[in-house]
Design a protein around this ligand. Structure first.
Ligand code: V1S
Ligand code: CA
Ligand code: ZN
Length: 406
């Protein structure tokens, strides 16, 4: 038997629609919706559906997406496909949004930073509209569970797309489901804390609420100087001194924790718990949104941190301990088998279940994804290649916390 039990004293809801799995950003593109298939296989294989209420997500409506995004951008996203893209580029109200070409651009960009050139960050692909409105619908349904008091924790692993701007796609993100969720939450909760453990800076969410003292954004991310190719680690923002828009009431309600490559479990856990703990103490949030990007794990195809799944999960456990209404979202994560491990483990811990370390290979549909000798079949401790040198040495924790403490 699965041995999975429902949590005592709180209710967890899980929001998903398997149609997001059919999408392909392109052959060489690192974002693979397949990671969501693997996550689902593990969640169901371990029997976690018995610990929560599972809901099939429906697509968000255009009107819901307009609560943050530019109406022209929303129309474009609803209509665009590889077939309609060329004609849409000619429409005047869209053509006005084609960015000027800069010398750094390696691909042709169309309206709103979308592109059909191979290698683009935000490609136009078949089924794209369906995908975007579905992941957004799942986040909004999860949010609705919380604000109506029907759930205490709500999960959407297909959401968490933190780079999207009001009228521009960026870094694999088209609709900012996080911003839309927080807008809904503000109707009910006096203060919302947004925490982002994706290896990238949560710039889209920070920017959206930079004038809003009722939302505190807190991102942990890789941040560093320009490399040999003249690029900064994407998106290049999130300096320690960026604390919200100066001279507005939003000043001091953004926090950024820039981190060098190679940070390990011990350093990250100390940093996360002391800064997050202080932020919660000072801000006294009424609800929390946690973006759990799994590209902060060791061995990620794009990330440069060395976290293990256990330490990544400890961030979720730490936030859950506040017992505040909690929205848990996905985000980045580019080594699919480890993304699935992390998000399955985090689903388990929000429902107070501890999973057997050995993945139930006999039950899941694609055991070969987890059974290769080189990766092992463990849940928490796959043997990560620690590819990134530890540039953190000993982080000046005292300095950082003093700086962030206002
Ligand atoms: N790092 C990185 C990276 N890799 C790619 C990429 C590679 C192959 C492709 F076919 C297409 C894209 N793009 C990037 C980054 C964007 C990272 C986004 C992270 C998203 C998230 O995890 O935080 C949330 C889901 N883009 C860049 O580095 C920008 C460029 C500077 C280089 C790539 N070219 C295409 C555009 C300019
Ligand atoms: Ca982050
Ligand atoms: Zn990321």
């Amino acid at each position: 038997e699965h041995g999975i039990t429902r949590p005592k004293g709180h209710k967890v809801s899980f929001h998903y629609n398997s149609r997001v799995e059919d999408m392909h950003f392109g052959k060489t593109h690192p974002m693979k919706p397949w990671r969501l298939t693997l996550t689902k296989h593990l969640v169901l294989g371990y029997g976690l559906q018995y610990a929560m209420d599972t809901y099939e997500a429906v697509a968000a409506g255009k009107d819901q997406v307009r609560a943050f995004h530019d109406p022209d951008y929303v129309d474009f996203l609803a209509e665009v496909s590889p077939d309609t893209f060329p004609a849409l580029c000619e429409v005047e109200r869209y053509a006005a949004h084609i960015p000027e070409r800069t010398p750094q651009d390696t691909v042709d960009l169309g309206p709103f930073n979308l592109s059909t050139s191979p290698g683009a960050d935000c490609p136009v692909f078949d089924g794209m509209s369906t995908y975007l409105f579905l992941y957004t619908g799942a986040t909004l349904a999860a949010t609705n569970q919380l604000v109506t008091g029907q759930s205490d924790v709500a999960i959407n692993w297909s959401g968490g797309l933190h780079h999207a701007h009001k009228s521009e796609a960026s870094g694999f993100c088209y609709i900012n489901d996080i911003v839309l969720s927080i807008i809904d939450m503000l109707r009910v909760y006096p203060r919302v804390l947004y925490i982002d453990i994706d290896v990238h800076h949560g710039d889209g969410v920070e920017e959206a609420f930079q004038r809003q003292p009722r939302v505190m954004t807190l991102s942990y991310h890789r941040y560093g100087p320009y490399d040999e190719t003249g690029h900064r680690f994407f998106p290049g923002s999130g300096h320690l001194n960026d604390v919200g828009l100066k001279g507005t009431v939003g000043e001091h309600f953004a926090l950024n924790v820039p981190i060098a490559s190679g940070i390990d479990d011990r350093q990250y856990t100390t940093l996360f718990q002391s800064v997050t703990g202080r932020a919660i103490e000072a801000f006294k949030p009424s609800a929390i949104v946690l973006q759990c990007g799994a590209d902060s794990l060791g061995g990620d195809r794009l990330g440069q941190f060395n976290l293990n799944i256990k330490a990544h999960g400890e961030c979720v456990a730490f936030v859950k301990k506040t017992r505040l209404p909690l929205l848990i979202l996905g985000g980045g994560g580019y080594t699919a088998r480890n993304v699935a491990r992390a998000w399955c483990h985090e689903t388990a811990l929000t429902t107070d279940n501890t999973l057997p370390e050995k993945i139930p290979l006999d039950i899941i549909p694609r055991p070969e994804a987890f059974s290769r000798k080189s990766h092992g079949n463990g849940l928490l401790f796959p043997p990560f290649p620690r590819t990134h040198p530890n540039d953190c040495k000993d982080i000046d924790l005292e300095f950082m916390i003093k700086k962030l403490d206002h």
